[in-house]
Structure formats: structure tokens, C-alpha cells
Design a protein around this ligand. Structure first.
Ligand code: URA
Length: 233
């Protein structure tokens, strides 16, 4: 990896800022002052310091975001706000992206990472990762709806969903667990039984549960424990 990229990724400013640091002889690699920004370093083997401070390499970032309504689950969009607009510049240096999509009007747990392998594992249909949501719907939910969901329902494009676990919380509020992630899946599942989702919030994905202390629009990095659990599935 190039030294200037390493330094920029670790929060030492733009490539230009990094060049300036190097010019001022503030960067050293394996105790040698470096004069060129474009040298190759091994971030795991080489000892890189700014002044006397060792710079520890972080390859991946894992962010738990409490997504508010009104933001697209995308990294950029010409017209609309995306969830990346909620992330501070210094936390975007490693290019995190949303793992899967929540609709623009859906709230709740969204994981952002640059770890493609973890993202793939969580989204792979073969892994059947549980996703738990709270939904408020237009019409009262009945035990027969619970039964229908437990067998899977047929969506408007003819797709027969996998079984979903529906639990009544109140007449119009349910908890629903699905293991797939089809486009507008929960909304379309309710449509298929003549109901309509008015509000949707994701509260967990696999072992990862939305932190109750995270206000809407706020985020934090995953704890080591959360990450280990998520990776071990
Ligand atoms: N199902 C939906 O309909 N929308 C979401 O955002 C997530 C699941």
C-alpha cells in the first residue's frame, strides 16, 4: 500500500496534507525519515510513525447506524440524502457502505462497513440471517395472518417467500422476523394479505441489535464483542 494512502486512510488529512507532513520530515517508517509519499509500505509489518506517535493500521470499519426516515441506503445520490450524509468525514475515510438496504422511509438498524466478506455473508440468501422488524400496519393483525406468514406468502411478482415469524405486540403493531431481503419485502408481504405497512423499523440483523441508546441519525462503531459474534455466524 502506498504511504500517502495509508496516512490519508488513518486520518492524517488529504493526500496533499500528507505530502506536506512528509516534506516536513515528520513521518518515519521503520525509524527512517521518509522523503517520498509514493513509497510502498506493508501496513502490518512496517512501523510507521508521525513524529513519535506510532500509527496503528485499521483496515476495516464497522458502524451501527440508527437510520432515520428520509435517507437512502446508498453511498451517493444526485438528488436525495443518503445514509453516508449522516457519517462524519473522519469516519468515512475507509469507505464504509451500507450492508443491504432499508427503504427510504424505514428506520432502525443499518450496518455500514468496508468489509466486503462480512457484508456478503450477512446478505447471502444461503446464510438465512434473521432480520427482525417492528411494523405498524393499517388493519388489525389476526392469528390467521400469523399462520399465513408462517407458511410464507406469495408476493405480487409471484415469488413465494420463506416462512416469516409474526408476533402480535398490539392490534396494529407486530414484530416480524424474515430471513430474506427481497425488495420492499415486508411491505409487499402485508400487501399480499390485504394490509398495509405504515411504519417500519429494523431492530436486529443476525446477532446485532440496535443499541437503545443510539438516537435516530446517530451511530457508533461496533464493540469487539458485537463484531466477533456477527462474524462467527
Ligand atoms: N422490508 C421492507 O418492505 N422495507 C424495508 O426497508 C425492509 C424490509
Amino acid at each position: 500500500m502506498r504511504l500517502d494512502k495509508f496516512l490519508a486512510n488513518m486520518g492524517y488529512g488529504s493526500r496533499k496534507d500528507v505530502k506536506a507532513l512528509i516534506k516536513k520530515k515528520r513521518i518515519n517508517v521503520n525509524d527512517e525519515i521518509i522523503k517520498k509519499a509514493d513509497i510502498q509500505i506493508d501496513p502490518y509489518q512496517d512501523l510507521i510513525k508521525c513524529d513519535d506517535r506510532v500509527i496503528t493500521y485499521q483496515e476495516f470499519i464497522y458502524i451501527m447506524l440508527h437510520k432515520p426516515s428520509g435517507y437512502l441506503s446508498a453511498t451517493e445520490d444526485n438528488k436525495q440524502k443518503t445514509v453516508l450524509d449522516l457519517i462524519k468525514k473522519q469516519d468515512k475515510l475507509l469507505d464504509p457502505f451500507p450492508v443491504g438496504r432499508l427503504d427510504k422511509d424505514t428506520e432502525g438498524l443499518l450496518l455500514l462497513t468496508n468489509d466486503g466478506q462480512l457484508a456478503h455473508d450477512l446478505l447471502s440468501p444461503k446464510k438465512h440471517v434473521d432480520k427482525k422488524y417492528i411494523a405498524t400496519v393499517e388493519k388489525k393483525v389476526t392469528e390467521s395472518d400469523v399462520d399465513r406468514f408462517s407458511e410464507g406468502v406469495v408476493l405480487n411478482d409471484g415469488y413465494h417467500t420463506k416462512p416469516a415469524q409474526l408476533s402480535l405486540i398490539e392490534d396494529y403493531t407486530v414484530e416480524i422476523i424474515i430471513t430474506e431481503g427481497k425488495y420492499h419485502q415486508i411491505k409487499r408481504m402485508f400487501e399480499s394479505i390485504g394490509n398495509k405497512v405504515l411504519y417500519l423499523k429494523r431492530i436486529s440483523m443476525g446477532s446485532l441489535t440496535l443499541d437503545r441508546d443510539l438516537d435516530k441519525g446517530k451511530y457508533r462503531e461496533l464493540t469487539k464483542e458485537e463484531l466477533t459474534k456477527l462474524q462467527s455466524k
